[in-house]
Write a protein that binds this ligand. Structure first.
Ligand code: NAD
Length: 251
């Protein structure tokens, strides 16, 4: 077992389920202390139990700057620094263009764009020089998909942040990259996209037909890519978007 993250301190937003939780578990297995955040107290408690003593759960909403400041202050008090920020919290909801409300627009952008922007900005004073930021975007950042225009546009903003911030943070040699997952079965499919079991199976069958690797990804496979970009092995990589999608972005 390698120990890529020995003595590192990481923050993973949206870390109680899905890709965030798989990433937290991998970081901890490789030596890190990991703070996870999320809005749902129950799933945070469950995740904290699963992660053990090196996983610290803090209930907080990425769309609330005061919450983010509280998270930063807690980490400062306990550890005095952060080496890695994984700004991963996000929602995916369908929207019908022509009938989309301002409230729907604001919800997606408040969490996926504003939330991610202020997560990273709020943590900057704690982030070590030479540290790493990994943003969770999506293959839809570069694709059109029916009824997903808000989500796609929000993830395009995330991809753009990686490019811009890699320049903004050059003096401190903080690297910023985005990971763009393809389809992965996580709670987001049921909770946000309101897909039932049958619809998920239809989606899985469609992906099996069109995607070069013919299957959904696993949360652990996205976690591996995030870990690579956050690790020293990626020390000459910044500003990129890495698709981890079985080739779906090429379809
Ligand atoms: P998920 O629903 O398991 O994870 C999203 C997490 O974000 C949840 O833990 C949720 O509680 C948290 N979250 C949502 N709103 C929040 C808020 N306001 N404040 C704090 N936490 C909040 O789903 P996932 O698939 O693991 O999603 C993780 C990221 O991956 C998201 O950004 C998502 O857009 C992206 N993504 C997922 C897929 C996929 O197919 N699963 C594909 C591409 C991109």
């Amino acid at each position: 077992m390698s120990e890529r993250f020995q003595n590192k301190v990481a923050l993973i937003t949206g870390g109680s389920t899905g890709i965030g939780l798989a990433t937290a578990a991998l970081f901890i297995r490789e030596g890190a202390k990991v703070y996870i955040t999320g809005r749902n107290g129950k799933s945070l408690d469950k995740a904290a139990t699963e992660l053990g003593p090196k996983g610290v759960a803090i209930q907080s909403d990425v769309a609330e700057i005061a919450d983010l400041e509280r998270v930063r202050d807690r980490i400062k008090e306990e550890d005095g620094r952060l080496d890695i920020v994984v700004a991963n919290a996000g929602i995916a909801e369908n929207n019908t263009f022509g009938e989309t409300s301002e409230a729907e627009f604001d919800k997606t952008f408040d969490i996926n764009v504003k939330g991610l922007f202020f997560t990273t900005q709020t943590m900057l004073p704690l982030l070590s020089d030479g540290g790493a930021v990994v943003l969770t975007a999506s293959i839809l950042s570069g694709k059109g998909f029916p009824n997903m225009s808000l989500y796609s546009a929000s993830k395009a903003a995330v991809r753009s942040f990686a490019r811009s911030w890699s320049n903004d943070l050059r003096e401190r040699k903080i690297r910023v990259s985005a990971v763009s997952p393809g389809p992965v079965q996580t709670p987001i499919m049921e909770n946000g996209l309101k897909m039932n079991a049958e619809q998920i199976e239809q989606y899985r069958a469609m992906v099996a037909q069109v995607a070069p690797l013919e299957r959904f990804g696993e949360p652990s496979e996205i976690a591996e890519a995030i870990a690579f970009l956050a690790s020293d092995a990626a020390r000459y990589i910044t500003g990129v978007e890495l698709s981890v999608d079985g080739g779906m972005a090429q379809v």
